[in-house]
Structures are given as structure tokens and as C-alpha cells.
Design a protein around this ligand. Sequence first.
Ligand code: NAD
Length: 335
Amino acid sequence: MRLLVTGGAGFIGSNFVHYVLREHPEDTVVNVDSLTYAGNLENLRSVEGNPNYHFVKVDITDREGLRPLFEQGIDVVVNFAAESHVDRSILEPDVFVRTNILGTQTLLDLAKEYGVSKYVQVSTDEVYGTLGETGLFSETTPLAPNSPYSASKAGADLLVRAYHETFGLPVNITRCSNNYGPFQFPEKLIPLMIQNALEDKPLPVYGDGLNVRDWLYVEDHCSAIDLVIRKGVNGEVYNVGGNNERNNLQVVKTILKELNKPESLIAFVTDRLGHDRRYAIDATKIRRELGWQSKYNYESGIVETIRWYLNNREWMERVRSGSYQQYYEKQYGDR
Ligand code: NAD
């Protein structure tokens, strides 16, 4: 099978590339990434030289740039490429609409034109909006996105649905909860907090810190997507989640405890605009219909993740140079 994986230099995409090359050595992965600030080819250093792995620097909105890849034959498209950070979408929504919606439409057009056997859109639980104290998102929960990021992902999901209904394109959409694990860009909660704690800098926590997310180890997300590629029923949406609800303060306290740092480093900052209060996923469908199971429990997965960042401080240092620094200063000043 020849897979075109977009956004493979990012956090989940690079974990997925490693996963497929390890679990399906007979498959070929063509990694298409435009290498924005979030794309880091160092994540894939260990697979360079693998004859079944190819990297091509192309923007997913560049139809003619993508065409030669489809002409060489593609069986499956897995679209991870996206602008993914909610805070950035509040500052500059334009690029989110361009990449997340127009990029998806470009890929759908090519998938249709070249007759791929599967198109998988990697989406997010954020398209469902926010929950109160109780309840879970199911695949039939109405879409109610609250940030420019989640609105652009919801727009893309609707296009994917429409290409199935209108053109019969064999699609699936996965909607996963928050991921954690190696290679995550240090603007996101867990690597950001680890980095600050290691440097004895304040750990900026939004609002009262009680916003709840349902955390899943990245490799469990990869195994779910892999299963959907191979067994997903065309046209279906599959929610993916680990039943690991934690509020931000709990996550931050675990990091501080593991790194032996004082809780006095926690600094509450003005809440994010439109900050969703709680996400929680009902993943019954993918478990029951495709037999998916998560392997990692949160308690050990988070400790393993903290250790990975500790053991890869050079990776962190290199990522933090350049545009990340400027962005960080804009958001958090001198912290
Ligand atoms: P990321 O920001 O780490 O990586 C995104 C990748 O896409 C980068 O390598 C970047 O260079 C690339 N990219 C961005 N714009 C591009 C363009 N126009 N053309 C080609 N490549 C482009 O993101 P991530 O956290 O790995 O998320 C991957 C996907 O999974 C996204 O679609 C996101 O919405 C979804 N998702 C993420 C989470 C999470 O917790 N991180 C949870 C559920 C779903």
C-alpha cells in the first residue's frame, strides 16, 4: 500500500510515519509537508534512508505541486497537515482557513481525480464545541466549534462528508481528543510546562486551570487511524479517546511532581478567549466496530513522556530557536 501522509513532520504525523513503517514494513509512506514552524524533519531522522519512506516539501494547497505524487500512484491519503494551535488561530485565523479548509479541498479533489481507495481526515473533538460537567461527545453530537481553529477543522470535516455524499469518495473522519507524547511542539501544554519547569520559569495556566481535556497517548491515536485506514466503513466518522479526563491544573501538578519542582511556579494568566471548558470522548464505536483498544494508561504514559523530553533536551533547544521564541514572547512576554 502506498500512503500519502500530509503533515508528517509534525507531532502526530511523525509518530504516525514511525508507526506505519514499523507495523507495516511492506507499505510505502510519502510524507508531504510544507514545513511551517511546526514541521520538524528531525522527528524523522531515524527513518531517513528507509527505501519505503519519502519526504516531499509541498504545501497542501498547491494542487500542481501535489499532482506528480498522485500520478506516481497513491492508494491512501491521510491528512494530518493543519494549523493546529488554538491560540495562534485567535491571532491570525486566515492561515487556518487556507490550510485547514482549502488544503483539505485540494486533497479531496486530487483523491477523487486519481481514484484513491481511501481518504482519511484526521480531525479533532474540538469540532463538537464544549461540554458541561457531564456527558460525552459521540459521532452524532452536532458540530459547534468555538475557536477559529475548530471552526476551520469543522469546515474541512463537512467538505470531506460532502465529497463522500456527492462523489462517492471513500472517506473516513477520525475525531480524537488531546494527544500527548514525544515530538510535540513546545507551544502546547505538556511540553511547554516541562520546558518552563526545567528552567524554573513560571508555568502559565489559563483562567482557573480547571478546563478538562481527555488525554490520549499519541501512539494510541496512531493505531486508531491505522485501523480506520484498513477497516473503516466508507463515509463513517470515528471518535477516538482514552477516558482520561484531567484538568490543566492536574496535568501541570503531575509534571512539577515528576520533575521535583515546587507548585509555586504555577502562574494563573488571563483565560484564553472562547476557552472550551470540557472535552470528553465516547469512543465506543471504534472499539466495538473496529476492535480498537488503547494500550497506554495516562499515569505511565505521562511519566514516559516527561522522561522523553528530559532525555531529548537538545531536540527541545533546537525547536525553541527562531520563530517559536518570537511567538512565545508575544504571548507571554518575558516568562
Ligand atoms: P502539528 O502542528 O504538530 O503539525 C502540523 C504539521 O502540518 C506540521 O508538520 C506542518 O509543517 C504541517 N503543515 C501545516 N500547514 C501545512 C500546509 N499548508 N501544507 C503542508 N503541510 C502543512 O499538529 P499535530 O498536533 O501533529 O496535529 C496533526 C493533526 O491532528 C491536525 O490535523 C490536528 O487538527 C489533528 N489533531 C491534533 C490533536 C492534538 O492533540 N495535537 C488532537 C486531535 C486531532
